[in-house]
Design a protein around this ligand. Sequence first.
Ligand SMILES: Cc1cc2nc3c(=O)[nH]c(=O)nc-3n(C[C@H](O)[C@H](O)[C@H](O)COP(=O)(O)OP(=O)(O)OC[C@H]3O[C@@H](n4cnc5c(N)ncnc54)[C@H](O)[C@@H]3O)c2cc1C
Ligand SMILES: NC(=O)c1ccc[n+]([C@@H]2O[C@H](COP(=O)([O-])OP(=O)(O)OC[C@H]3O[C@@H](n4cnc5c(N)ncnc54)[C@H](OP(=O)(O)O)[C@@H]3O)[C@@H](O)[C@H]2O)c1
Length: 433
Amino acid sequence: MTLRVAVIGSGPAGIYTAEALVKQAQEDVQVDVIERLPTPYGLVRYGVAPDHTSIKSIANYLRRVLELPEVRFLGGVTLGEHLSVEDLLGSYDAVVYATGAMVDRKLGIPGEDLPGSVAATDFVNWYCGHPDVSASMFTLDSPEVAVIGVGNVAVDVVRVLAKTAEELSSTDVPHDVLERLGESQVKAIHMIGRRGPEHAKFTLKELRELGELANADVCVREDEAVVLGGDFPRQIRGNIDVLQSWAGRNPVGRPRRLDVRFWLRPVEILGTDRVEGLRLERTRLSEEGRVVGTGEFETIPVGMVLRSVGYQSVPLPGVPFDERSMTVPNEAGRIREREYVAGWLKRGPTGVIGTNKSDAAETVRTLLSDLAGHDRLRSAPIDAVLRERGVRPVTYDEWLAIEAAEGALAKSLGRGERVKLAGLEAMLRACRP
Ligand SMILES: Cc1cc2nc3c(=O)[nH]c(=O)nc-3n(C[C@H](O)[C@H](O)[C@H](O)COP(=O)(O)OP(=O)(O)OC[C@H]3O[C@@H](n4cnc5c(N)ncnc54)[C@H](O)[C@@H]3O)c2cc1C
Ligand SMILES: NC(=O)c1ccc[n+]([C@@H]2O[C@H](COP(=O)([O-])OP(=O)(O)OC[C@H]3O[C@@H](n4cnc5c(N)ncnc54)[C@H](OP(=O)(O)O)[C@@H]3O)[C@@H](O)[C@H]2O)c1
């Protein structure tokens, strides 16, 4: 009998899970990768920055997994909307949830709901052409923008804001988004960390890239670059050295300016009808190592505040969820009988793409050891359930048709290898003409 497994989510975690199932299983296995979008690869497609083409090429590896004879892609099918946990457990021997962490975290300060105060999640979705966000969502009409947070997502957002449309033209950014980037009025970008350079979460390679921007001067204040103590791990030492080398550097007159700031926390977003400023308080660490305010304030005249303070998972209907850690409670990937979890939904929103590979392998080891020697289910495949509900999944071949249409669009526009189609309708038209 064949072992049938459903993997929910086709991001790196879901696809590495499918691969590990095929590799590790000692018996015949059939894996359905069920994805709410018509397109696979999760944040590799809708998160990784468009100008990071070498990282995006991980999709070529993930593609080979979806092309394995034991693996099937079912796009446009949402757990919680088209299918329930009961449906899945009725059709598969086991289910692995790998739905990632799709929503933003809030700052919890006054003014956060003003127009112009936005989540990096939305901004990233916008420039990546995610179908949940329309191209008209952002108009970059403010000369000054603040980006809160000093992680790698903040660095991506800052880089996209700092680059010209010409610099991004060869990427897969949707064309109407590229046009809006071309009309950007942004002159000054403030990237704001609530602790010091030694606590920043960005990685050295990503930080260095900011220093290579052709269209923006990067500035760090000398007093904010000071770091006490000297015994830091290599990555952190590298960050400190780069930041200190920028400190006090004079702008050379590039069209945009990036100020990387430290020891400031946002306390209020100012404005009546929309964002008009950001009030910051200088910080220090308390004896217990907590960030505390010093009572010294400054206001910057920004018209847009982008919070890039981390992602979080959302509960799946019928699946246990810990509201404190915002993850699914599990033991080495096991949630309960026949239900498992992998990726950001399992461990929280940290780690690079590769981290999900070993994480998925752990979940699959647990699953296969739990199911060894158990009877296999003989019920009808999920296809009948979906048919009955009028749901027609997007097949892998249909996804390839979307990909081909993106290639054709890029060619017709004289842009790079591919330009993303904007919106679900355009994607469905491309694959079901
Ligand atoms: C903006 C950003 C940029 C990043 N850039 C890099 C980078 O350059 N390099 C790097 O190594 N790492 C990067 N990362 C980290 C990397 O993307 C993650 O480690 C990885 O994507 C997590 O994988 P995942 O499969 O758990 O989640 P995801 O990649 O989010 O995949 C989850 C999938 O589940 C689907 N889904 C959600 N809900 C449902 C549902 N109810 N039913 C069906 N399907 C559903 C989603 O549509 C999605 O396709 C970045 C992260 C972010 C946020
Ligand atoms: N190129 C790449 O490899 C790449 C690109 C993008 C993302 N990723 C990965 O994806 C993961 C998620 O990245 P991320 O940038 O979203 O998260 P992150 O690395 O956790 O960074 C979040 C940032 O937000 C700050 N922050 C949190 N709450 C705050 C608050 N209330 N006020 C002010 N600042 C606050 C954090 O500061 P504190 O440290 O003080 O909490 C930190 O600087 C990371 O593992 C990252 O490496 C990788």
